[in-house]
Design a protein around this ligand. Structure first.
Ligand code: NAD
Length: 353
C-alpha cells in the first residue's frame, strides 16, 4: 500500500497520543519517523511504531519525559534522556547545545540513556538550522550486539551510527553524512525479512559465522551478525562510537556487564562548531561550493549515475515520496494496524489503501 506522508503522520501521532504522549511529543516523534520513510530510510521509519509501543507498555520507554541537563559547564553540556523518547531528548539537547555554541564557538554535548533517537541526521539538521556544523558518534545499548567486529565470526557491536553535518550555501545544498557503521542498518534486515526478500551477498554472517543472504538469521537464537562497513576501518569507527558515546556520556557501552533490558537505548557524543568563529564565512561558502562542484564533476563510472554527495540521495527520495506517497509492505502495515487497534483506535482508520 501507499500512503501520503501527512495521513501517515496523523495516524502515528494518534497512536502515540493514546500511549501517553502529549500532542506535541506525539507529533514530533511521528513526524520524525515519517521523515525517515520519506528520506528512504524505512529501517528508521514507522515500522518502528510497534516496537516503541511494546517498549512503552513494558515500562522501558517513558512518554512525557524531557532531557535532563546533568552537567552545564560552559562548552560542555551533558544530558540524560531518562528513557524518554529519544527524538525529544535529542532535539532538546541539540537545541540547548546550538544555543550555547553562539557564546562558546564550540560545544561538546553528550546525551545518555535516551530511548532510540532514530535517524541521527535529525540532530545534524538542528545544528545546520542554526548555521552550525555538527559531528555525532552514537552507540546502542540495552540489547545484545548485532554487528561483528572485523575478523569476528559473531557480534560485538550494534550499528553505531556516525553523522557529520555541514550547512549549505546559497548555491549548494547541505551536506549531511548520516550512516550506520555496519554495512546496513539492522532495520533493513527487518524490512527485507518482512517482505520475504533475501539480502545482497556480503552483508551478514549466520550464527556459525558463515556468509549468508537470509535476513532471518538476525532474529534467530543464536543470532547471526551484520558486517561492519569498510572492513577494519568501519570496525574501528564502531569501536570509537562505543568508547566516545558509551564511555564519555556516562551511559555505558555494549560490554555484557551493563544491563540489557531488551529495549533500544542510545548514547550520543556530539561536537557542535560555529564555523564563523574559525574562518571568514564568505570564503568558507565559496570553498564549499567549489569543493562540492568539483567532487560532483567527476566522470561517473556508470554514465547513467552521476556522482552525488551525502544528503543528495535523501533529498531525491523525499521529493519522490512526497509526490507518490510512502510505500509500506502489507506485513508492516498489519503490525501497525494491530498496534493501533491494541491502543483503542478504530480499524477503519487504517483502511487507507
Ligand atoms: P545508508 O547506507 O543509506 O547511507 C546513508 C549515507 O550515505 C547518507 O549520508 C547518504 O546521503 C549517503 N549516500 C547514499 N548514497 C550515496 C551515493 N551514491 N553517493 C554518496 N553518498 C551517498 O544509511 P544507513 O547506514 O543504512 O543508515 C540509515 C539511517 O539509520 C541513518 O539515518 C542512521 O542515522 C540511522 N541509524 C540510527 C541508529 C540508532 O541507533 N539510532 C543506528 C543505526 C543507524
Amino acid at each position: 500500500m501507499r500512503i501520503q506522508a501527512e495521513n501517515l503522520t496523523d495516524i502515528v501521532t494518534t497512536i502515540f497520543e493514546k500511549t501517553g504522549s502529549t500532542a506535541d511529543e506525539a507529533a514530533l516523534v511521528a513526524g520524525s519517523l515519517v521523515k525517515a520513510n520519506l528520506m528512504g530510510h524505512d529501517s528508521h521509519g514507522v515500522g518502528l511504531v510497534p516496537t516503541y509501543v511494546r517498549h512503552i507498555q513494558a515500562g522501558l520507554l517513558i512518554p512525557g519525559t524531557s532531557a535532563e541537563c546533568v552537567k552545564d559547564d560552559g562548552a560542555i553540556m551533558m544530558f540524560d534522556g531518562c528513557r524518554g523518547f529519544g527524538r525529544r531528548a535529542g532535539g532538546e539537547a541539540m537545541e540547548a547545545a546550538a544555543e550555547r555554541c553562539r557564546d562558546t564557538g564550540v560545544v561538546l554535548m553528550t546525551l545518555r540513556n535516551a530511548h532510540h533517537i532514530g535517524r541521527i541526521g535529525a540532530y545534524g539538521e538542528i545544528a545546520m538550522a542554526h548555521g552550525l556544523i555538527s559531528m555525532h558518534f552514537v552507540n546502542v545499548i540495552d540489547h545484545g550486539p548485532t554487528v561483528a567486529p572485523w575478523g569476528g565470526g559473531e557480534a560485538r557491536y550494534v550499528t553505531n551510527p556516525v553523522c557529520i553535518a555541514v550547512p549549505g550555501t546559497e548555491n549548494t545544498e547541505p551536506t549531511l553524512l548520516d550512516m550506520a557503521t555496519s554495512l546496513i542498518a539492522l532495520g533493513k534486515a527487518r524490512v527485507a525479512m518482512s517482505k520475504g526478500e533475501q539480502m545482497d551477498e556480503g552483508l551478514m554472517i549466520d550464527a556459525d559465522g558463515k556468509p549468508t543472504t537470509d535476513p532471518s538469521v538476525m532474529y534467530g537464537d543464536p543470532k547471526g551478525a551484520l558486517l561492519p562497513f569498510g572492513d577494519h576501518k568501519g570496525s574501528g569507527l564502531a569501536l570509537m562510537c562505543e568508547l566516545l558515546a558509551g564511555g564519555l556520556s556516562g551511559g555505558g557501552t555494549i560490554q555484557p556487564n551493563n544491563p540489557q533490558l531488551q529495549s533500544i537505548i542510545n548514547n550520543m557524543f556530539t561536537i557542535v562548531v560555529d564555523p564563523a568563529r574559525l574562518v571568514d564565512m564568505t570564503w568558507l561558502q565559496s570553498e564549499i561550493d567549489a569543493t562540492i562542484n568539483y567532487v560532483k564533476s567527476a566522470r561517473p563510472a556508470d554514465p547513467d549515475k552521476p556522482v552525488i554527495v551525502a544528503g543528495d540521495a535523501e533529498r531525491a527520495r523525499t521529493a519522490e515520496r512526497m509526490a507518490a506517497g510512502i510505500e509500506i509492505n502489507d506485513e508492516a502495515w498489519a503490525e501497525i494496524t494491530a498496534t493501533g487497534e491494541g491502543v483503542g483506535m478504530e480499524n477503519s482508520v487504517f483502511d487507507v489503501a
